[in-house]
Write a protein that binds this ligand. Structure first.
Ligand SMILES: [Zn+2]
Ligand SMILES: [Zn+2]
Length: 330
């Protein structure tokens, strides 16, 4: 099969992924084989190929927003031909302290799709059956792909921030995750305040009905109940913290962050304000979000790339040049 492979031992500069013919995956007993139809490109994929995240495997096929069809290893709940979505959480051990306490996103022995095991920048992917989410048959694979990470993790961020209906919520950064989170917030009757650099992102936020939009140095006009930061920048976390009311929460939606600058505890954190990180996702997050996305008829903007142009697709995420989410169509 054809696949885009990241070789962490390669010193060739200029392109992260090589398009190769590789053997089709052999299934373990708990796995199904998925024929990939589309795979979304996430900022985490960029962190993997740029080695911000330390390589786990010398060679890996990235991609953790996989939409495909079951072609082998069918089960009673996933018969042949079932349309499934596979996300970052590709497996857990099921018996560590965190799994036993309903926090599988923090499992001590997780499997991460497209990072610790091969992902979806390929014609086929072997995935654990219990981690494949059935998708409505009619859902366009290209539209569904960005929902599986950008969408689910954005949704989890709102949960971690403790957002309640009708609250004032700040979104710091406005890429694909935030553009899906704002739709969820509107369905909860929240007022959304967007702080982001880049005119195109500010326009996108306005077009999606943000209550107020400002550039990266702007301060929202009212204290916020909650904020979610999407940029991999510690400075943005401090900006968000400075906009909170007492008892407010900042949730950091970033797997990698540069240094957080020193800040004034007395003024910014005292008053029971909280900073929380958002790590991975649970299967329940994915199920709940996909059901909501179906009910609200989410149709994120996407830009598509063929597998041969996987490097361009990642480049578009790096420079945020894609018109919407980048999706590789197989
Ligand atoms: Zn992701
Ligand atoms: Zn576990």
């Amino acid at each position: 099969m054809r696949a885009a492979v990241f070789d962490s031992t390669s010193t060739v500069s200029g392109s992260w992924l090589s398009i190769e013919e590789v053997p089709c995956p052999q299934l373990a007993p708990d796995q199904i084989l998925v024929k990939v139809l589309a795979c979304g490109v996430c900022r985490t994929d960029l962190h993997i190929v740029e080695r911000d995240l330390p390589p786990i495997q010398p060679r890996i096929i990235p991609g953790h927003q996989i939409v495909g069809e079951v072609v082998e290893g069918a089960t009673s709940t996933l018969p042949l031909g079932t349309r499934v979505g596979v996300s970052w959480i590709g497996g857990v051990d099921g018996d560590c302290w965190f799994c036993r306490h309903d926090m599988e996103n923090l499992c001590d022995h997780p499997v991460f799709t497209g990072y610790s095991v091969n992902g979806g920048y390929a014609e086929f992917a072997a995935v654990r059956a219990g981690f494949a989410n059935p998708l409505p048959a009619g859902l366009d694979p290209i539209v569904a792909a960005p929902l599986l990470c950008a969408g689910v993790i954005g949704f989890r961020s709102l949960r971690v921030a403790g957002v309640e209906r009708g609250e004032r919520v700040g979104l710091y950064g406005f890429g694909s995750s935030a553009s899906l989170a704002i739709r969820v917030l509107h369905s909860w009757n929240c007022e959304v305040y967007v702080v982001t650099r880049g005119e195109s992102h500010r326009k996108a936020a306005q077009a999606l009905g943000a209550h107020w939009v400002g550039d990266e140095d702007a301060m929202p006009p009212v204290p916020l109940d909650r904020a979610v930061t999407f940029a991999p920048s510690g400075k943005v976390v401090v900006s968000a913290l400075s906009a909170l009311r007492k008892g407010g929460v900042v949730a950091i939606n970033a797997i990698h962050l540069d240094q957080v600058p020193a800040f004034d505890y007395d003024r910014l954190l005292w008053g029971e304000r909280q900073i929380r990180s958002v790590a991975n996702m649970t299967r329940q997050d994915a199920r709940d979000f996909l059901a909501l996305a179906r009910d609200l008829n989410f149709r994120p903007a996407v830009q598509t790339f063929p597998l041969d142009q996987a490097n361009r697709a990642v480049e578009a995420v790096k420079h945020e040049t894609a018109d919407g989410s980048s999706v590789i169509v197989i």
